[in-house]
Design a protein around this ligand. Structure first.
Ligand code: ADP
Length: 192
């Protein structure tokens, strides 16, 4: 890959698919920022900011926060002049409305790819139970997986229809998965 290319990437995958780990490796490899909307929201809750106060109840229940709470934040971090620096967007978009907003805010630069880090539901359920995050109650896990299937999975077609979808098997050793992701992203960038 030429050094000049700073990819603009979306990473998708079920909760617990290992996105956090892979995002760290990918952002270091490509020299791009990793923007996790879950991290942004958790930091807001910890600070007790207005955003955090509004978001907390939705997050504790495993629900999505309303689009208007998160979309402008993403636009201010990846849109306009930020596009040239590249980015790895994790946790956004989560539904078709957010995906449409993303495509609009990326004009005219466009995205390079949307990667689905694919791991079976039974595997991610066990991983989430084991990691013990505060919002990982069994009810919230069920709710998040249900919402993923209903709201987020339709985005695979959305990105596929735009020629942007890459699917990577997320089961296996961290280094192998990372190598697969990088190979597939490099190929997409070369062809874009
Ligand atoms: P997980 O992938 O386990 O759901 P995240 O860190 O991505 O964890 O998100 C945690 C919570 O933050 C979500 O359950 C949801 O309430 C909220 N959230 C994160 N990103 C978004 C988004 N793009 N739209 C709406 N809510 C979001």
């Amino acid at each position: 890959m030429s050094e000049a290319v700073r990819p603009r990437l979306v990473i998708m995958g079920r909760q617990g698919a290992g996105k956090g780990t892979q995002c760290e490796l990918l952002s270091a490899h490509y020299g791009i920022d990793h923007l996790s909307t879950g991290d942004v929201l958790r930091a807001a809750v910890a600070e007790g900011s207005e955003l955090g106060v509004k978001a907390k109840g939705f997050m504790d229940a495993g629900d999505l926060v309303p689009d208007e709470l998160i979309t402008d934040i993403v636009a201010s971090r990846v849109g306009g002049e930020h596009a040239a620096a590249g980015f790895l967007l994790d946790g956004f978009p989560r539904n078709v409305g957010q995906a449409e907003a993303l495509v609009a805010m990326m004009e005219p630069a466009g995205l390079h790819a949307c990667v689905n880090l694919d791991v079976e539901e039974s595997v991610v359920r066990e991983r989430m139970m084991a990691r013990g995050r505060e919002d990982d109650t069994p009810e919230a896990i069920d709710r998040r997986l249900e919402l993923y299937a209903q709201e987020t999975a339709p985005l695979f077609d959305f990105f596929d229809n735009r020629g942007l979808l890459l699917v990577c098997d997320g089961f296996g050793e961290v280094e192998d998965i990372s190598a697969r992701l990088i190979a597939s992203i490099d190929q997409a960038i070369a062809g874009s």
